[in-house]
Design a protein around this ligand. Structure first.
Ligand code: SF4
Ligand code: SF4
Ligand code: SF4
Length: 264
């Protein structure tokens, strides 16, 4: 019997699911290996149990956490898919700002007051904080990046189907960037997160003329002291450095530098 695979989205742009659907050249092969039993982007059916559940998006409300726990209980393997699910992504930056200020920034003073006093909006107002999937349930595999790398998705599915152990890069983006012989952005007066960021994306942003902003999260063995010192020596202030570390990684320890309340 083919493994049952399901996709679920939480707070996300659905870009990772689209990246999966865009694996056109291999999608038909994958469909031959698995039964996709739930995938809101592509179908309306639902199923009671799954061999593999792919989770896209960060978890922002308690009702989402409950839904996630239910999915976990019905899944053999659970995969966090993309930066939102793996490390909180940009939406987790809201954890550092009081909800009232967030609403004021987005909707203006008048609507902030309305949201604060109208019970209909309280579920929004009373949202706790943005969390990565692993902060709520055990995660078996991660597909890092914003969006995920299609080749890594295909590799993971094939590994799970064949019983092989999936292998992902343990090197920094910087290593891939050097192997591609890109000109280092530091030589152009820019700064970069590539030295401390998990590889696997083939340094795609630098190859296409930008820098690495660290969407795949921080390598466990990264030399953060050296990287912090480097950014400082290039003229970045402490708030600017904190912002760079928090951009994608607010739910990881590095992004929590200087944070109060939820530092643990
Ligand atoms: S990781 Fe990026 S592409 Fe994927 S759902 Fe989140 S915001 Fe969208
Ligand atoms: S551009 Fe970034 S990733 Fe590439 S070599 Fe320089 S520091 Fe490393
Ligand atoms: S180069 Fe950096 S920002 Fe770009 S995809 Fe890779 S990890 Fe993400």
């Amino acid at each position: 019997m083919k493994p049952k695979v399901a996709f679920f989205d939480f707070a996300s742009c659905e870009g990772c699911q689209l990246a999966v659907l865009n694996c056109e050249d291999v999608l038909l092969d994958i469909l031959g290996l698995v039964d996709i039993v739930e995938f809101r982007e592509a179908m309306s059916e639902t199923a009671p149990r799954f061999d593999v559940a792919f989770i896209e998006g960060s978890i922002n409300r308690e009702q989402d956490a409950e839904r996630l726990r239910d999915i976990r209980a019905r899944s053999t393997y659970l995969v966090a898919m993309g930066a939102c699910a793996c490390i909180g992504n940009v939406q987790a930056r809201s954890n550092f700002i009081a909800p009232a200020e967030n609403f004021q920034r987005v909707y203006g003073v008048e609507d902030r007051n309305r949201v604060q006093t109208d019970p209909e909006f309280w579920p929004l107002w009373a949202h706790t904080r943005v969390r990565a999937v692993h902060e709520i349930v055990p995660v078996d595999f991660e597909l890092r990046g914003c969006p995920l790398v299609p080749e890594e998705f295909v590799h993971l599915v094939k590994s799970l189907v064949t019983g092989a152990i999936p292998r992902f890069s343990t090197q920094a983006v910087c290593v891939e960037c050097k192997m591609l012989e890109n000109e280092c952005v530091y030589d152009q007066g820019e700064t970069c997160m590539g030295q401390i960021t998990r590889g696997g994306c083939k340094a795609i942003c630098i190859t296409n003329g930008y820098r690495c902003d660290g969407c795949r999260g921080v390598l466990p063995h990264a030399n953060l002291t050296a990287h912090h010192g480097l950014l400082k020596s290039k003229g970045l202030s402490e708030p600017q450095i904190t912002n760079r570390y928090r951009l994608f990684c607010s739910a990881e320890s590095l992004g929590r530098v200087g944070r109060t309340g939820h530092d643990k």
